[in-house]
Write a protein that binds this ligand. Structure first.
Ligand code: ATP
Ligand code: MG
Length: 220
């Protein structure tokens, strides 16, 4: 269970303060598929970054398996982020000079890549329909293919949680639907908790958990 407890986030912008989150409390069940929706500026990305320990709240806390992120040392926070969270962003964030396969493996390059890890990366690329694209560089891949590489990269570490911020924001709707299809299938297969920020409510089905934000608060 992920418990988000009265979380506030205030950004300093010049002399003024921006209240991005104004006390959000909610729970996310393990192995669930969740959406975060709301108008631009409502705090969706801020919430996702706080759950993923990419940033720290001004007040309030995020608890994961009864452990408070606020109690983590910087080192523990880095490890949590590196080992437990798979991030997928709108802009894919692939390295231009690396092949699809190497882009999936890149987080492990500093520690060395075993043949077992390489095999798993190949399996994941195969799983997202990129068996024949593994040696291609990003500029020879479509937007949807690039996002599938990013999903494979996020899943290689078998994370507790996948956090995706507008993963289909740069894709046409058919490609976007396909990317969501892969996210859902992999979620079902790997029992990963998934939290996806999206503007596009067409991707949401009635069984999904939806966290709706408005002006930094839960919309009621
Ligand atoms: N680093 C920052 N410094 C200052 N203000 C910020 C920062 N990040 C976000 N904000 C502000 O906080 C508010 C919430 O931003 P956030 O990015 O969480 O919204 P969002 O719901 O993800 O919006 P969008 O749909 O446009 O991505 C906005 O007013 C934004 O301008
Ligand atoms: Mg955002």
């Amino acid at each position: 269970m992920i418990r988000i407890q009265n979380i506030r986030k205030v950004y300093q912008r010049g002399d003024s303060e921006v209240h991005a989150l104004r006390g959000v409390t909610c729970e996310v069940a393990e192995n669930s598929f969740n959406f975060v929706v709301g108008p631009s500026g409502s705090g969706k990305s801020s919430l996702l970054y706080l759950i993923g320990a990419l940033d720290q709240p001004t007040s309030g806390d995020v608890q994961i398996h009864d452990r408070s992120l606020s109690q983590f040392s910087n080192k523990q926070r880095d490890e949590f982020r590196r080992n437990q969270i798979g991030f997928v962003f709108q802009s894919f964030n692939l390295l231009r000079n690396l092949t699809a396969l190497d882009n999936v493996l890149v987080p492990y390059m500093p520690v060395g890549i075993s043949s077992e890890l390489r095999r798993r990366a190949q399996e994941l690329l195969d799983r997202v329909g990129l068996k024949d694209r593994m040696t291609h560089r990003p500029n020879h891949l479509s937007g949807g293919e690039q996002q599938r590489v990013a999903i494979a990269r996020a899943l290689l570490k078998q994370p507790q949680m996948v956090l995706a911020d507008e993963p289909t924001g740069e894709l046409d709707s058919a490609t976007g639907a396909e990317v969501f299809g892969y996210l859902r299938d992999l979620h079902a297969e790997q029992s990963t908790t998934v939290i996806v920020v999206t503007h596009d409510e067409r991707y949401i089905r009635d069984t999904d958990r939806v966290i709706a934000l408005r002006d930094g608060k839960l919309a009621v």
